[in-house]
Design a protein around this ligand. Sequence first.
Ligand SMILES: *Cc1c(COP(=O)(O)O)cnc(C)c1O
Length: 314
Amino acid sequence: MKPLSSFPKVSLGIFPTPIQKLENISKILHTNVYIKRDDLTGLGLGGNKVRKLEYLLADARLQGAQVVFTTGGAQSNHAMLTAAAAGRLGMKPILVLKKRGVTERRGNQLLEFLMGTEVIFVDTDDYNDIYEEMDRIGKGLGVPYYRIPCGGSNALGSLGYVDCAREISEQGFHADHLVCAEGSGGTMAGLVLGAKLFLPGTRVHGMMVDSDPFDIITPALMWETAALLEINPEITENDFHLMDLCGPGYAVPSGEGNEAISLMAREEGIFLDPVYTGKAFAGLIRMAEEGRFRETDRVLFLHSGGTGGLFAVL
Ligand SMILES: *Cc1c(COP(=O)(O)O)cnc(C)c1O
C-alpha cells in the first residue's frame, strides 16, 4: 500500500475532530450512539468537504492552478467550502452551479456573497453542461485552471475519508456501526475502504439522500481510490450497506429528517441539516427502531456538517 502520508495535502482544517457520546439519544434508542464532529472541521461552517479539499487543492496547487472551478446545487456546501479554501490558498474560486434549489442570498449563497465569490448559475440538470461551461470560461481566462467535480467525489477527494477512518482508529475508538450521509459518494467510498484498512469489525451504512445509483457509484469510486493507494482489498456485501432516505427529493426536507433534526437539537444541543445529516440520522433512528443495533453496540454517526442549509432550505 502507498502510505496516505505520501499524497500531497494542504492544511485547511483542525484535526482530529472530537468523538462524543450522545447520552440522551443513547437512552432513547437503547444503544450506544456516538458522534464524530466533522461539522467542526474548522473552515467556513465546517463539514466533510474540508478533508477532501486538503488533497484536491494540494493537487491544484502542484499543477500550478490560478483558478479553481467546482460545482453543485445552488446551496452546495462543497462549493461554498471550496471557495473558502481556494481563497485562503491564494487561488481564485469560480463556482458554476446548477440553477437548482435556493438561489437567493441565503444560506451558502449568503456566505459566498460575503466572500465575494464569483458564482455562475447554469440552467441544466446535466453536469456535462457544467464541465463544458468551466472549460469555456477557463480557456477564455488564459491561466491554468483546475476542475473539482461535484462534491469533490473523485478518488483523490475520497482519500480524505480513508484518512478519517485512520483518524478514528488512532483515536482508539471502536465502532460496530458507522453511519454517514451519501450525496455524491466520496465520503462513503472513503469510509468503506478506510474501515477495511483501519477499522476491522466496523460496518459502514450509507444513508442515500439523492436518487443516484449509489450501488454502482460507491464500489466504482472505492476501486478507483484503492487503485490510487495501490491496494486490492477484498470488499464484500458485508462491508457496507445502503439505505434510501431521500424522501421527497434531493435537498427537499423530509418529515423524518426534520424530526431527527429536532430530536438532536432538543436532546443534545447539536444542529443537523435538512439536506444530508438530518436525513442520515433519521436512517440511524430507523435502524434502531428496526432492532438492528444491540444494546451493547457502539454506533458512530458522522456529522458531516451542512449548517448553512438550516438557514436556506429548512
Ligand atoms: C456533501 C455532503 C455530504 C455527502 O458527502 P458525499 O461525499 O458527497 O457523499 C454529507 N453531508 C454534508 C453536510 C455534505 O455537504
